[in-house]
Design a protein around this ligand. Sequence first.
Ligand SMILES: [Zn+2]
Length: 369
Amino acid sequence: MKLRCLDCERYWPFDPLRWCCACGSVVEIVGGSGFDPAGVDQGEHTMWRYGDALPMCRGGSAVTLGEGWTPLVDAEWADRPVRFKMESLNPTGSFKDRGAALLVTALRAAGAGQVVDDSSGNAGAALAAYAARAGVAARIFVPEHSSPAKRAQIAVYGAELVTVPGSRADTTSALLEAVDKGAVYASHAYSPLYAHGMKTIAFELWEQCGRRAPESIIVPVGHGGLFLGLHLGFRDLLSAGVIQDIPALYGVQAAACAPLVRAWERGSGEVEPVPEGDTVAGGVRIAAPPWGSCVLDAVRQSGGGLVALSDEATLSAQRRLARLGFYVEPTSALPVAALENLRARLSGSPVVVLTGNGLKSPPAPAEAR
Ligand SMILES: [Zn+2]
């Protein structure tokens, strides 16, 4: 197992502490064991049932709070069947727990005693929780516009919270100063381990759909860790010969900050940064995603697409979802809102990943009606 720079093609032995290349590009994990259906631990009802297919955990002890193996729930949306993958039910209330569990497991094994990350909330909460579980100190940099509920959640796990004025990009700059001074960057945005944690969602969907791949999957996309993780996981399943095709993967961004959608619409393979517009979908407010060109490749390879939606459509979908009993945060309502835009392209029963719990950013009581 090695690390490879996506830009200049340098290689290193696998090292969880390396989060990017000297050239500034992200690095990917190459090699590794792949997926073997015989390796699934049927007695383990967490994401670690796929431990054999994950990098760096064979023989090591996982840092776990019981993440993964979330329900797949049948529902209807606009008179069409849909299945919701309930990532909002993970230990800290979001899908980020899968990436954080794998990353903290690897960093603890590499001897890290203190970690830092920059996050709009969910990744920070997940890192704070898993660091607490592992006995590792955490310092989380958050933009001042992030939800007070999310900031409180990070602090309650015992992490040091650093609130940074200005944009999301300003938060990253403040974090990088700390990294330059020697802090271990447990990056949900850069670390290739994050997407490998997310690929366990693909393995679960394969099992939950009767050892078949669903036809299509729709997710919110900011950095693209979830999107790339699904693509990695289904590619592993394809290589293992247990599926014939990977699902069409659709990513949804907020119109106010949609660099991937802009590149997709231009037909470009490269993502240009966009101005960071304000949006209720704070989890996808990412103006310059470092894995952007990989996300575009994954969209193309899967036969899916990318769309951007207004805050109005997102909030409307969030309210309608709650009236069906599903309470999610606005970012998680984006892909549900997109079901209507994508209607003509979707057949069968698409899977929508409900990424984060509604308790993360509750509306004021007057707005909840
Ligand atoms: Zn490089």
